[in-house]
Design a protein around this ligand. Structure first.
Ligand code: NAD
Ligand code: MG
Length: 302
């Protein structure tokens, strides 16, 4: 089956043939990997996402915004009228600069701040710098994540276990903690969980429980801060075509068939996640908090 890339996010078509299906070429990269080195190229909505001012004047900090799901959210937020601070690792500068250009082409302000969120001091500094650069802060989107497959618990080191938790869970805690005193009523936090929170793979013994932790953290924090008028939700993607996967997130031999296990028999493209982030960031979702939205290609959340 050939695929037909959409002209915009509304054009009606068969979702099965909307994007490339397996088989894909093997394509090892070292973590965190670059979107620009992937084949086929992921679709982050660069040529398709059309905005309608749903986030007009909003100020968003997005982690992991250089590539994948975070890039797609950044493009969509900018086209919906938000200014953006994007965070990523220094080795991803090339991907990040592409996103800066796309945000600026949408007529919005982009501030790129590279750095490692597995360090608490950097998380605090990132929030402070984002608040200054944007002249305020009303959306925090935690997308950055680390995923490294290991065949057995015997091969999973304490260093990896800790690094995965620091990147996926501790950083979210530190960023939320630093941001909350700065957030006005109406502000939103969006975390990024995974289908792995509910259907863990045997090779993701560290990663899957970080995603369960993100689900529980999201629900608890939502109840804690709604009294201040702040909403907290999470998105739980299924398999998505991003650098996370070929750079060690999956064993390389699984890349050719990546996505074939879901009912849609293909991986999602980052552009297909962006509308959910936009909805959860905007006032349209005013009565939604503590929720986890699955974007899974047909494997529903429990
Ligand atoms: P991606 O590789 O494009 O994005 C992950 C980003 O995390 C990287 O671009 C990098 O900038 C950032 N990152 C990693 N470690 C970091 C660190 N120490 N400091 C700062 N930034 C760091 O891949 P993606 O798939 O778009 O991942 C985005 C989120 O989606 C992750 O939380 C991931 O767990 C989640 N997710 C992905 C899938 C999938 O199949 N791709 C499925 C479910 C959930
Ligand atoms: Mg990246």
């Amino acid at each position: 089956m050939t695929s037909e890339k959409p002209t915009n996010q509304f054009a009606m078509q068969n979702p099965l043939t909307q994007y490339p299906q397996p088989e894909f070429p093997k394509q090892p990269q070292s973590a965190p990997g670059l979107a620009s080195a992937m084949s086929p190229k992921p679709d982050h909505g660069e040529t398709s996402y059309v905005g309608f001012g749903r986030l007009a004047g909003r100020k968003a900090l997005i982690t992991g915004a250089d590539s994948g799901i975070g890039r797609a959210a950044a493009i969509a937020f900018a086209r919906e009228g938000a200014d953006i601070v994007l965070n990523y690792l220094p080795s991803e500068e090339k991907d990040a600069q592409e996103v800066v250009k796309l945000i600026e082409a949408a007529g919005r302000k982009a501030t790129a701040i590279a750095g490692d969120i597995s360090q608490e001091s950097f998380c605090k500094a990132l929030v402070k710098q984002a608040h200054e650069a944007l002249g305020g802060l009303d959306i925090l989107v935690n997308v950055a994540g680390k995923q490294t497959a290991q065949k057995s618990i015997a091969e999973l080191s304490t260093e990896q276990f800790e690094a995965t938790f620091r990147t996926n869970v501790f950083a979210m805690f530190w960023l939320c903690k630093a941001a909350l005193p700065l957030l006005p009523p109406g502000a939103t936090i969006i975390n990024t969980a995974s289908i792995q929170a509910y259907q863990p793979s045997p090779t993701l013994l560290d990663y899957a429980p970080t995603k369960s932790a993100i689900v529980a953290f999201t629900k608890a924090l939502a109840k804690q801060v709604i009294g201040d008028g702040i909403r907290v939700n999470a998105v739980a993607p299924g398999p998505f075509w991003t650098p996370l996967q070929p750079s060690g997130g999956q064993p390389q031999e699984k890349i050719p068939e990546f996505g074939s296990e879901v009912p849609m028999k293909r991986p999602g493209q980052p552009a297909e996640c962006a509308p959910v982030y936009v909805l959860l960031a905007s006032q349209e979702s005013s009565f939604i908090t503590g929720e986890v939205f699955g974007v899974t290609g047909g494997n529903p959340l429990p």
